[in-house]
Design a protein around this ligand. Structure first.
Ligand SMILES: [Zn+2]
Length: 183
């Protein structure tokens, strides 16, 4: 089946070939290589990209950057999970993954973009605490005890106290605190 696409050189719809090429772009000062797609007109031989292909190429570049520079290594994942003293299974369930997902990531599988985001959020103890509150019913009592006494989890206790203190302040006192924290 040949697709017919508008070729702006020929100024009419033409049969096209799908082309893939390696391209290097610089994102945030770092070079990444990705596979870009385009069409080649079978009549005039010109290459062009449709708006959909431009979007797809941009997304492919972003994804290549994320995989190269924003992913978590197995060691980093183990360190993060250990800071909450959680088992692979419990940590995965708290983040909304399947039971075996963390195991595969810690063995070197690359997390999906959504899961990378969840892992990034979980590396902030306050976000992890929120995830924990939502999903703790999915894990057992022993795991809950281990996590609640972990260093990472204990950090959130300070915020709880600060939050409680904040609510006892007058409007003027709050403004004064806010000025100090932003100053
Ligand atoms: Zn053409």
């Amino acid at each position: 089946m040949t697709e017919k696409i508008m070729c702006y050189t020929c100024e009419t719809e033409r049969a096209v070939e799908l082309k893939e090429r390696k391209e290097t772009v610089t994102i945030k000062g770092k070079e990444v290589e990705f596979t870009a797609v385009s069409y080649r007109c079978t009549v005039c031989g010109d290459d062009f990209e449709t708006p959909e292909q431009m979007d797809a190429n941009l997304e492919a570049a972003r994804e290549a950057y994320a995989l190269r520079y924003e992913t978590f290594s197995p060691d980093e994942l183990v360190a993060l999970r250990s800071s909450y003293n959680a088992s692979q299974k419990a940590f995965g369930l708290l983040l909304g993954f399947g039971e075996l997902t963390m195991n595969s990531y810690e063995k070197g599988s690359i997390p999906t973009s959504t899961n990378r985001l969840l892992i990034k959020l979980a590396s902030d103890p306050y976000c992890f605490r929120k995830m924990y509150d939502v999903n703790k019913s999915r894990i057992g009592e022993t795991q809950r005890k281990r996590i609640e006494t972990s260093t990472g989890f204990q950090e959130t206790k300070h915020w709880e106290r600060m939050d409680a203190v904040y609510h006892t302040l007058t409007a003027d006192e709050r403004r004064s605190v806010e000025r100090r924290t932003t100053g």
